[in-house]
Design a protein around this ligand. Structure first.
Ligand code: HEM
Length: 210
């Protein structure tokens, strides 16, 4: 445990602790193609299908954990993405492909199942990485997607559209929930390590798309 982390809140520890892996993932070939407006619609549909498997896993676990003293605080249906992903897959999967779930996605899913059985608190790190990411850089990716595929708002972009009026305010609340967990310094540090791993699992998922 690093002394300088003492008494720091979990949200700042997560942000600082994952900033390096965040930059690495931002520069991955898949994200670079995405940001450059170069993804083919079938690659994008494959990506959505794999993300859907991840969100189904996260959200079915949250459903089970609704009354858990810590995880129950993250039961926030406005965040749920499974249905939004289904709508976008139907839009982009015009040729009705049966998209594969990649080995990297399976590894991610297996890991989520493992922590659900062994250390459910680690799910917090995964919720942070996906949902706060979708509410942050995800909003920029939505603009790129709309431009590239000439999408009207509300068509093919459901994944990025949250029924949330004040996204910055919502992110602030989400951070407050993170900070409200009663954790000691070493538990906080473990959640930072798990968030780094969550970023890596996402990076592997991106690599498996190309
Ligand atoms: C090219 C791709 C990406 C760009 C340009 C990008 C950009 C950004 C930006 C500008 C922020 C700061 C927003 C703010 O402070 O309000 C942010 C935050 C964040 N991003 Fe990304 N991002 C990208 C990809 C990703 C991916 C793939 C993930 C996760 C899988 C992710 C997870 C996060 C998280 C968790 C935060 C919140 C950090 C915090 O405030 O604690 N990002 N991103």
């Amino acid at each position: 445990m690093i002394d300088s982390n003492q008494n720091q809140n979990l949200s700042s520890l997560l942000k600082d602790g994952t900033s390096r892996v965040h930059s690495e993932i931002e520069g991955s070939p898949f994200m670079t193609s995405f940001v450059g407006g170069k993804l083919h619609s079938s690659d994008y549909a494959l990506y959505l299908r794999n993300l859907q498997a991840i969100y189904e896993s996260l959200e079915s676990k949250l459903e089970e954990l609704k009354n858990h003293p810590n995880l129950g605080r993250f039961y926030i249906p406005e965040l749920f993405r499974t249905k939004a992903l289904q709508l976008d897959i139907e839009y982009f999967n015009k040729e009705n492909h049966n998209f594969r779930i990649t080995d990297a996605t399976r590894e991610y899913l297996n890991h989520l199942d493992l922590i659900y059985e062994t250390n459910v608190l680690f799910l917090v790190s995964h919720l942070y990485v996906r949902y706060l990411g979708d509410l942050s850089g995800g909003q920029m990716l939505a603009r790129i997607l709309r431009k590239q595929f000439h999408l009207e708002e509300g068509v093919g972009d459901h994944f990025y559209r949250f029924d949330i009026k004040d996204i910055p305010g919502f992110k602030k609340n989400f951070r407050e929930i993170l900070n409200s967990l009663d954790l000691n310094d070493s538990e906080k540090q473990n959640l930072v390590e798990e968030a780094i791993y969550a970023f890596q699992l996402n990076g592997n998922l991106f690599l498996s798309m190309v």
